[in-house]
Design a protein around this ligand. Structure first.
Ligand SMILES: [Zn+2]
Length: 279
């Protein structure tokens, strides 16, 4: 009698154990499949650009270090970083993307969350195309609102980081949750505001980098210029610099920048520059 009960109980334990082991193994297998799927998704991007666009990209931190020391030398090796702020716009960005593709060169787009939102589906498609074409995507805040980011011309770190986080979410919504970028450009330029030490500390802790520029075509400064004038300014500004980080804008009203771009690219090609993106 006792023996029978023990044997029956043992059988129950063994069967239950077997079922439990089988379901455990199944669960482990499903976890592994999911992990592999996530890894494959992540591999599509390195931070800021597509994985197979890595060859055109360059460490933004190194460039920023040079810029902050006003040292634009690079052992005779010339590099130009074409950068476009405030986009995408449905009117100017498409022509810029076309020109970059025709010339087989790559740029860095400092986009704003607001521009992505305002441009609706068209802007979303433009952002996807920027990434797809091998350009780098960097963040230029969500709101671009100086009074929010730097009230009384002084950094408000909480406002700043939450605004950039909002821009991040917007980019992830469009490009997928595994997209991220470590490169930012402060609206108005890092150089323009007070209390930026707190931001530098924050960026350092989060392995991020803020980068300004050392040349510009002045498409957002002084009197409005036509394409030929923009080209001339870009040339003057870049003169004698082996490292050029050229600030331009691809937002609404910057049609002349799009028109100037083929000649600007030609100038850098003729002068032996390599075109790089910031990562
Ligand atoms: Zn801007």
């Amino acid at each position: 009698m006792n023996k029978k009960i023990i044997i029956a109980a043992l059988a129950v334990v063994l069967v239950a154990g077997g079922i439990k082991t089988a379901s455990y193994l199944h669960e482990q297998k499903m976890i592994k499949i999911e992990q592999e799927r996530i890894e494959a998704e992540k591999k599509k991007y390195m931070i800021g650009c597509k994985n197979d666009a890595k060859q055109y990209s360059y460490d933004a931190k190194k460039i920023n270090e040079k810029l902050s020391k006003f040292d634009y030398s690079n052992d005779g090796k010339k590099m130009v970083f074409l950068t476009f702020d405030d986009g995408p716009s449905t009117t100017v960005t498409p022509e810029i993307l076309e020109t970059l593709k025709e010339n087989d060169v790559h740029a860095t787009f400092f986009v704003t969350g607001k521009a992505l939102k305002d441009g609706g589906k068209t802007s979303e498609e433009l952002l996807k195309q920027e990434l797809e074409d091998g350009h780098a995507i960097a963040s230029h805040s969500y709101s671009h609102d100086y009074s929010k980011l730097y009230p009384k011309r002084t950094l408000n770190l909480n406002n700043f980081t939450s605004d950039f986080e909002q821009a991040n979410q917007e980019m992830k919504r469009i490009l997928g949750k595994y997209f991220s970028t470590r490169v930012i450009r402060c609206p108005g330029g890092h150089m323009s505001w007070k209390g930026m030490d707190a931001l530098d500390e924050y960026l350092q802790e989060n392995n991020m980098v803020s980068i300004d520029w050392n040349s510009l075509n002045k498409d957002a400064e002084g009197p409005k210029k036509n394409a030929a004038q923009l080209v001339e300014v870009a040339k003057q500004q870049s003169k004698d610099k082996e490292i050029v980080v050229l600030l331009m804008h691809d937002t609404y009203g910057k049609e002349e920048t799009a028109k100037a771009l083929p000649d600007i690219i030609k100038y850098f090609k003729d002068n032996g520059y390599e075109f790089k993106t910031l990562r």
